[in-house]
Design a protein around this ligand. Structure first.
Ligand SMILES: Cc1cc2nc3c(=O)[nH]c(=O)nc-3n(C[C@H](O)[C@H](O)[C@H](O)COP(=O)(O)OP(=O)(O)OC[C@H]3O[C@@H](n4cnc5c(N)ncnc54)[C@H](O)[C@@H]3O)c2cc1C
Ligand code: FES
Length: 264
């Protein structure tokens, strides 16, 4: 069962801004109401500017929770994320969260967790790893990127890398890396896969997990306006367990879905 949370809309203050690469910044926001309720896989909707540019809030995964604060790992890809990455310590920002459902980490059906991520999809993995470790699960991280410069894994342990061009780690995509490491993984206590990344990666992974009978949860992305089920901007199609295909609002019934529901 994938879980959901209560939420708060708070005026949070940026207490730290750390650029970790040319386009990735980790931003710490002090917001105790959200920090206390956050679960791995949840996201927040941030009003990154107090002007109308951009008008809509932007969704970001919760990367880490520390005391009264949350960390957000932001990749600068456009107007909103550029403003967010450049925001100075002390800047106040409206933050709505925690939003969406969360990864199910507590099942007794597995003792080993494989965390697959690609690009900025690595953002929710640190919080997820911390939670799984607290529940005494063994964690293996598989992180992919097009080239060495794209690889990001701040704070993650037990990491194996894959690059499309072979400039670091395994040559190939992260799903091919999973296929290559699976035979060496002890599956007696149960293995579960958790993933976040671009849609083509998630599609390949969903197919791979079905083939190997591996339980798997995927965190999907879509364009989001409101984050709370009002604008209908985040509709995605999933397999209906009762047959056929149905639409869900990813902000409410996601972003985490069972890989069995991913439409291949
Ligand atoms: C649940 C969820 C969690 C996310 N977590 C993170 C995270 O932890 N770190 C991170 O850096 N990014 C994350 N994203 C993506 C992030 O929301 C977008 O990169 C951001 O909204 C782009 O805003 P922009 O104004 O900079 O880009 P724009 O200038 O508006 O557009 C640039 C690109 O971003 C895409 N985009 C624009 N708005 C959105 C939107 N609201 N949602 C998704 N894509 C959008 C556009 O299609 C375009 O390709 C997440 C998205 C979702 C849905
Ligand atoms: S983001 Fe508005 S309905 Fe989901």
């Amino acid at each position: 069962m994938i879980e959901t949370n209560a939420l708060a809309d708070v005026r949070a203050t940026i207490t730290e801004n750390r650029r970790i690469s040319s386009d990735i910044t980790i931003i710490t926001l002090e917001c105790p109401e959200i920090a206390i309720a956050a679960k791995p896989g949840n996201f927040v909707n941030v009003k990154v500017s107090n002007t109308t540019q951009p008008l809509l809030r932007r969704p970001f995964s919760i990367h880490n929770v520390r005391d009264n604060s949350i960390d957000i790992m932001v990749k600068s890809v456009g107007c909103g994320t550029a403003i967010f990455c450049d925001s100075a310590e002390g800047t106040p920002m409206m933050v709505l969260g925690p939003l969406g459902n969360s990864f199910n980490t507590s099942s007794r059906n597995f003792d080993t967790a494989l965390l697959l991520s690609g690009g900025i999809g690595t953002a929710p993995m640190y919080f997820l790893e911390q939670t799984l470790a607290h529940e005494e699960k063994k964690v293996i991280n598989l992180v992919g990127g097009r080239t060495e410069a794209d690889l990001i894994a701040p704070g993650l342990t037990n990491v194996q890398f894959a690059t499309d061009d072979g400039s670091a780690g395994f040559r190939g995509n992260v799903v091919a890396l999973l296929e290559s490491v699976l035979p060496s993984i002890d599956r007696k206590g149960g293995v579960k896969v958790f993933a976040c990344g671009p849609n083509p990666m998630l599609k390949a992974l969903a197919g791979c997990c079905r083939k190997h009978h591996l339980p798997c949860e995927l965190s999907l992305e879509s364009v989001m306006g409101c984050g709370i089920g009002i604008c209908y901007g985040c509709s995605v199609e999933i397999n209906d367990p009762d047959g056929g295909i149905r639409s869900i609002l990813l902000c409410r019934e996601g972003p985490v879905i069972d890989a069995e529901l991913f439409v291949l």
